[in-house]
Design a protein around this ligand. Structure first.
Ligand SMILES: *Cc1c(COP(=O)(O)O)cnc(C)c1O
Length: 570
């Protein structure tokens, strides 16, 4: 019996995600969604939960980001060799794409926890001799290509993934669809669980939708109608053919277009948003369905800087497998916490100097902002009134940015370019750095090394956000718009600070940009800068509260225990 066969001995949760971010070396993720998937799997391994994860190999990665002389983002493929990091499994399956049989194979990665837990992750791949040249490229580019390319990827993920699990002998307790990209797996399940019908005059009676529902859990991540993945039936029929009869598909996935979210909603018994607020927003978007909320988290061991780690090990042993222990953070002496943070800050500043040549001052209050560069995240909001910013921050502030814009997102690229231009405008009076090629590695240096983590998305578009949780875990307080997880984590002046009005809206119809930016300047000037420079004890208290009142709860261990009791065991 082959070694990997032992993974098939017990029934598992099959966790499907278009992107999974486990380490920087495996570049099969683009941002928060993929990193969350990776953190989910790592916590499942720590907790010894029976889970198998399925994703695409993305042989060319998302992309590597560099800048030309004008500050315009340039993209290049990421070169990595799956064979150096993963094991090829000796089994293949077929999916039908544009009337061709396309072979799909899987690479295995084993996620191993210090607790002894171990989980398999399968990376699906169509780059196989015998496949047509264009089909060999289906699993090359994460979020690349056109609509048809995306649909082909979703066929490989949903249908190919479900078939491979079966051929490999996995017994599946539940399928967990992380976002709508994997919704097509429900069609494969429908085909597998048709009821025998005596009286076959009613074709529909033979489709056992209830059985599929009982097997599926769906997590939605998108708070706006326009953000959901959808395909015209013309594309669907052309690319996929008729996997189930078209009238039935339309009934389940939408009359006018195939909406992957709707398909998943119709075929899952448990559906959730990724923060309380996002649950409400999703509920308003899809009135006929019951939408729960399980707030996202981050994996404690992955996102704690080595400097903080030794401190937690010393005072709160066991914290990495039982992050609730962080609630006792107050037993750590202030001085030691300050020293640990200074270590993380120096480590970041050294990296900044190496990559950009800019030397930052370790005594100056440093604000960090890094995430995907897309319009709603409003990365350049702090520059709305440059004179005001300079007046309040002259000699007292430094800013560190990072983040990639999607290759087709010119607005995002423009936003980055503007920030890079601001750096020249402010010069030495207010130093600004834009770190290139934001990824998990850069994030793990950047987030723990700044003093405040800034987030100012347009409400209610930040479904959850997770980078702020990584900050809290490292004693870096959040300064953020009240959206996503921060609505649940924020206590004003205690765990960090809010920006703008309280969260009431469930759509973007009302825009609070003016209020947001005024509040941002006001709080920096009147609260954050004075506290940092004049009250070091008060500052350390906020740092500790970020750890003891935010990080102890907003982590993937807590999140996974909730998925088990609220979704998987139902
Ligand atoms: C955590 C993380 C994100 C998510 O950041 P948000 O601020 O939650 O959008 C994106 N990219 C990388 C590389 C990350 O590590």
């Amino acid at each position: 019996m082959k070694d990997w066969r032992r993974y098939t001995e017990i029934p598992r949760i099959a966790y499907f995600s278009m992107e999974i971010g486990l380490t920087t070396e495996i570049p099969t993720y683009s941002g928060g969604l993929g990193v969350l998937a990776g953190d989910t799997i790592k916590s499942a391994a720590d907790l010894k939960l029976p889970l198998v994860a399925v994703t695409l190999i993305s042989r060319k990665g998302y992309f590597k980001q560099t800048f030309d002389n004008d500050g315009w983002q340039q993209e290049s493929s990421v070169d990595w060799k799956p064979e150096d990091l993963l094991e090829l499994l000796p089994v293949k399956t077929l999916v039908n794409i544009e009337n061709r049989d396309v072979k799909v194979q899987a690479w295995l990665y084993r996620v191993k926890s210090p607790t002894g837990g171990e989980l398999p992750v399968l990376f699906l791949d169509t780059d196989i001799p015998g496949n047509e040249p264009e089909d060999r490229k289906i699993t090359d580019h994460l979020y690349g290509g056109d609509k048809a390319y995306r649909l082909k990827q979703e066929i490989v993920l949903g249908i190919g993934g479900a078939r491979l699990l079966q051929i490999l002998g996995f017994q599946v307790r539940k399928y967990h669809l992380n976002e709508g990209h994997a919704s097509l797996l429900t069609l494969e399940l429908l085909n597998h669980h048709r009821l025998p019908v005596e009286d076959s005059w009613d074709e529909k009676a033979s489709w056992n939708t209830q059985h599929v529902q009982e097997k599926c859990v769906f997590t939605t991540h998108t708070p706006v109608e326009a953000g959901h993945d959808r395909f015209s039936y013309e594309t669907v029929t052309q690319v996929m053919g008729e996997v189930i009869p078209l009238p039935l598909l339309k009934k389940l996935g939408g009359e006018d277009e195939l909406n992957m979210t709707l398909l998943a909603l119709n075929l899952s018994h448990f559906v959730n948003g990724v923060a309380k607020k996002h649950g409400e927003v999703s509920q308003a978007l899809f009135p006929g369905f019951k939408i729960h909320a399980i707030t996202n988290g981050v994996h404690p061991f992955t996102w704690t800087s080595p400097y903080l780690m030794s401190l937690y090990d010393k005072y709160l042993p066991g914290w990495a497998v039982e992050p609730e222990l962080l609630v006792r953070v107050d037993i750590i002496p202030d001085k030691e916490l300050r020293e640990a943070h200074a270590g993380a800050k120096a480590y970041l500043f050294q990296y900044i100097e190496e990559t950009t040549g800019t030397i930052l001052d370790p005594d100056v209050l440093t604000i960090g902002f890094a995430r995907r560069a897309t319009a709603y995240k409003r990365a350049n909001m702090i520059f709305t009134d440059p004179d005001r910013l300079l007046k309040l921050g002259d000699g007292k502030l430094q800013l560190v940015f990072g983040g990639k814009a999607h290759p087709h997102d010119d607005f995002g690229k423009q936003m980055i370019k503007e920030i890079r231009q601001q750096a020249e405008f402010f010069g030495d009076r207010l130093k600004i750095v834009y770190l290139p090629n934001y990824n998990m590695d850069v994030a793990s240096r950047l987030i723990p090394g700044v003093d405040v983590w800034l987030n100012n998305p347009l409400r209610p578009l930040e479904a959850s956000g997770t980078s702020g949780m990584k900050a809290a875990l490292n004693g870096v307080p959040n300064f953020s718009v009240l959206d996503g997880w921060w609505i649940e984590g924020h206590i004003e002046g205690v765990t960090g600070w809010s920006i703008g009005p309280p969260p009431t809206e469930t759509s973007t119809d009302v825009n609070h940009s003016d209020e947001d930016v005024q509040d941002l300047y006001k709080k920096l000037e009147e609260m954050i800068i004075p506290l940092y420079y004049n009250n070091s004890k008060g500052w350390t208290k906020v740092q500790k509260n970020a750890i003891g009142k935010n990080a102890y709860y907003f982590n993937t261990h807590v999140m996974m225990r909730r998925y088990v009791t609220e979704a998987y065991l139902r």
